[in-house]
Design a protein around this ligand. Structure first.
Ligand code: PGA
Length: 254
């Protein structure tokens, strides 16, 4: 079995560069034993360059967002290539918070995905429904999101994509949120692999890492990996508490 991957999505936290630096150094000081879990930290963009220069020998970095063009008149934006030259190896694409608060749509996500791949980044493509129906089935919107995001992406490029299944209702900051069950997560991963198999064939689909996101913590990560057969987790809130995050990383490697 390949290594689990745990990706920390710090979102717009913590409040200062100093605190961000402390978070990374506390984490690295305590995590020397970890060999079994791949760790990726996605700090706020402004601090990516500084943190990656200082710590990239010890941990991998990713970004949370970017714009799809390479250069040009796009005030306030940065490109995938700029992320890469600032030390990012990974980038999150299509996070639900960007859809909700910034109006990001499927066609933008598709352009971003292709731009990230062109720049040589590994894309963490987020999919997930806003609501789960009473039948508890994985809604077809997830298939739709995947197919639209992956339009024009070839089989070879699929190797540089991680799918993060994040049901929006399970994200810790949504009101009334609760984590999905490992059983549902398992069904989701089968569903997602089937969609990928239809697009790229079973072999290529079988090699894609599918991770779970939505209120991941040290109490549920083992179940998501063992019972849910997830390849890891995209961790928001719990990644800001270094001792909790370390536990998640260690449990993911067991
Ligand atoms: P959460 O966030 O772990 O705080 O639920 C996950 C995410 O939104 O990526």
């Amino acid at each position: 079995m390949s290594k689990s991957i745990i990706i920390a999505n710090w979102k717009m936290n913590p409040a200062s560069y100093k605190k961000a630096e402390n978070l990374v150094s506390d984490l690295l000081a305590d995590i020397t034993k970890n060999k079994k879990t791949k760790i990726v930290l996605c700090p706020p963009l402004l601090w990516l360059n500084g943190l990656s220069r200082k710590y990239k020998k010890s941990v991998s970095f990713g970004a949370q967002n970017f714009f799809w063009a390479d250069t040009g008149a796009f005030t306030g934006e940065v490109s995938a290539q700029m992320l890469k030259s600032s030390g990012a190896e990974y980038v999150i694409v299509g996070h639900s918070e960007r859809k909700i608060y910034l109006g990001e749509k499927d066609d933008m996500i598709n352009k971003k995905l292709k731009s990230a791949l062109k720049a040589g980044l590994t894309a963490i493509l987020c999919v997930g429904e806003r609501e789960r129906g009473e039948d508890d089935e994985i809604p077809s919107i997830v298939e739709d999101q995947l197919k639209k995001a992956l339009g024009g992406v070839n089989k070879n490029q699929l190797k540089k994509i991680i799918i993060a299944y994040e049901p929006v209702w399970a994200i810790s900051t949504m009101s009334g949120s609760k984590p999905d069950t490992p059983d549902n997560a398992f069904r989701s991963s089968i569903f997602i692999r089937k969609v990928l198999a239809d697009l790229y064939g079973r072999k290529a689909a079988g090699e894609v890492k599918i991770i779970y996101g939505g209120s991941v913590n040290s109490g549920n990560i083992t179940a998501f990996i063992k019972e849910g057969k997830m390849d890891g987790g995209l961790v928001g809130g719990a990644s800001l508490d270094h001792s909790e995050f370390i536990k998640i990383v260690e449990l993911a490697g067991n």
